[in-house]
Design a protein around this ligand. Structure first.
Ligand code: S3P
Length: 435
C-alpha cells in the first residue's frame, strides 16, 4: 500500500493512542499461565499482539476477542495447564511474542517449535537460548541456536544467576517467566534499566518477585488472573509528539497515554530539544502511570542522546531522527547499536530513507549524526517493511515541503492499525490526499 501525503496547513485534535504493545503481550501471556479468568481492556489492536493470542490459543488457552471494544478475555490455564501445540507456533513479526513465549515454553514438559516471518527469523535469539539452556531447557535453532525457528523441549528448570550482556526487556522477561517454573531462585541483572512492565504485572498477579535497581529476583510462583486496562502506547504517541512539535501550526492532545518512567525518554529528549509538551491528569491504572500529553508547535535545537537513556527511547529513535532533521544544529545519537537488531536495521534504514527527503545524516556503528537543516523536501520513500519506519516517514512527510509517498505503509498495522485514520483526523487531509 502506498500513501500520498501533502503537508497540511495545521495539525490539531485529540488522539487516544492504541493500547501499549509491550503491556498487551504481557497481560495476555501472564494471564494465560495464571489461575482464573481475566479481562484485558484496550488490548493493542496491532498484528504483533494478535500473534501472541494466536500462539496462546495453539497452546490450549481459551481466548475470546471483542475487537470492536479492544477487549480480550483469557481463561487462565494455570501453572501446569498449557498443552503441547499440534503445529509450529508462528510469532509473525513479533520479537516480544517469540522471546517471552520461549521463556514460558522452556518451563513446559513438552515439545514446541516457534518461528516467525523473515524479519524475525533474522533477529538474534542466542540471547535467550543460552541462558534458558543454562536453566535446563533443551533448545535448538538455526545458526547453532542463534536464530529461529527454535525447537524447545522444556521442563525441570532450575534457577539461574545471570547478567544480561545486552540491555533487553525481552530477554529479562523471558528469564523471569522461565524463573516462575524453575526450582529455586533466579536472579537477573541488567547492564542498564529497561522497561519494567513485567516486574510490575507479575507482582500485581502475586508472583514472588522483587526488584532492586537493575537486579530482579523471582521464585517459582503461581499467578492469579488479573483484569488489566492497558494504557495508550507512548511509542505510538511519539509520532504525534514529533509531528506536533515540528509543524508550525499544531496542537495535539494524546489522551490516556502510558508514562512509565522506563518508557518516557522521548519526552525528556524532545523537551531538551525545545518541544512544548505538557503532561496533565497523571494517574495510575493497573499499576502503570498514565497521563494526557499535549504538544504544540515548537522550534527545536539539536542534542546529544546516549548512555542510560537509550533503552528508555529505543523504539522512538527513528522518529526522533525526523525531529533532529528539522531541528537547528547537530544531533548525535550513540550507544544505540541495538537498533540494528530490530524489525529492520533501524540505523541503516532510517538514515537511508531520511536521505530521500534531503536530510543530511551519517550512519555510525552505534547510531547516527544528524545535521539539522530545519527543512525537508517531499519524497518517495519506503517503510522497508518496518512499522516504526513507516510512521516516522509519514511524520517527515507531514512537515516536508511538497508531496511525499510512503510505500509499504501497511507495515504500520503491526503496532498501530488506525495510524492513517488518526493522521487524516488531525491533519484534515481528505481521503484523496491520503489515499
Ligand atoms: C520490548 C522491548 C524492546 C523494544 C520492543 C518491545 C518489550 O526490545 O524494542 O519493541 O516489550 O519488552 P528489546 O528487549 O529487544 O530491547
Amino acid at each position: 500500500m502506498e500513501i500520498a501525503i501533502a503537508p497540511p496547513s495545521r495539525l490539531e485534535g485529540e488522539i487516544t493512542p492504541p493500547g501499549d504493545k509491550s503491556i498487551s503481550h504481557r497481560a495476555a501471556i501472564f494471564n494465560a499461565i495464571a489461575q482464573g479468568n481475566a479481562t484485558i481492556r484496550s488490548y493493542s489492536p496491532g498484528a504483533d499482539c494478535s500473534s501472541t493470542l494466536r500462539c496462546l490459543r495453539s497452546l490450549g488457552v481459551g481466548i475470546t476477542e471483542d475487537s470492536q471494544h479492544a477487549t480480550v478475555r483469557v481463561e487462565g490455564a494455570g501453572a501446569a495447564g498449557l498443552r503441547e501445540p499440534a503445529n509450529v507456533l508462528n510469532a509473525g513479526n513479533s520479537g516480544t511474542t517469540m522471546r517471552l513465549l520461549a521463556g514460558v515454553l522452556a518451563g513446559q514438559p513438552f515439545f514446541s517449535v516457534i518461528t516467525g516471518d523473515s524479519s524475525l527469523r533474522g533477529r538474534p535469539m542466542g540471547r535467550i537460548v543460552k541462558p534458558l539452556q543454562q536453566m535446563g531447557a533443551q533448545i535448538s535453532g538455526r545458526g547453532q541456536g542463534s536464530l529461529a525457528p527454535l525447537a524447545i523441549r522444556g521442563g525441570n528448570l532450575h534457577g539461574i544467576s545471570y547478567k544480561l550482556p545486552v540491555a533487553s526487556a525481552q530477554v529479562k522477561s523471558a528469564l523471569l517467566l522461565a524463573g516462575l517454573f524453575a526450582e529455586g531462585e533466579s536472579e537477573i541483572q541488567e547492564p542498564v534499566a529497561t522497561r519494567d512492565h513485567t516486574e510490575r504485572m507479575l507482582q500485581a498477579m502475586g508472583a514472588q518477585i522483587a526488584a532492586h535497581g537493575v537486579v530482579v529476583r523471582v521464585q517459582r510462583s503461581t499467578l492469579r488472573a488479573t483484569d488489566v486496562t492497558i494504557p495508550g502506547d507512548i511509542s505510538a504517541a511519539a509520532f504525534w509528539l514529533v509531528a506536533g512539535a515540528l509543524h508550525p501550526c499544531a496542537r495535539i492532545r494524546l489522551k490516556h497515554t502510558g508514562v512509565n518512567p522506563t518508557r518516557t525518554g522521548v519526552l525528556d529528549v524532545l523537551r531538551q530539544m525545545g518541544a512544548r509538551i505538557t503532561v496533565e491528569n497523571s494517574r495510575y491504572e493497573g499499576g502503570e502511570p498514565v497521563a494526557d500529553i499535549t504538544v504544540e508547535s515548537s522550534s527545536l535545537a539539536g542534542t546529544e542522546i546516549g548512555g542510560d537513556i537509550i533503552p528508555r527511547l529505543i523504539d522512538e529513535i527513528p522518529v526522533i531522527a525526523v525531529a533532529a532533521c528539522m531541528a537547528k544544529g547537530t544531533t548525535v545519537i550513540k550507544d544505540a547499536q541495538e537498533l540494528r537488531a530490530k524489525e529492520s536495521d533501524r540505523i541503516r534504514t532510517t538514515v537511508q530513507e531520511l536521505r530521500c527527503f534531503g536530510a543530511v545524516l551519517e550512519e555510525r556503528p552505534d547510531g547516527m549524526v544528524i545535521h539539522g537543516t530545519g527543512s525537508l523536501k517531499g519524497a518517495r520513500c519506503s517503510s522497508r517493511g518496518d512499522h516504526r519506519l513507516a510512521m516516522s516517514l509519514a511524520v517527515a512527510a507531514l512537515v516536508a515541503r511538497g508531496k511525499s509517498v510512503v510505500q509499504g505503509a501497511q507495515a504500520a498495522s503491526i503496532s498501530y492499525p488506525t495510524f492513517w485514520e488518526d493522521l487524516r483526523a488531525v491533519s484534515g487531509l481528505s481521503g484523496e490526499a491520503v489515499a
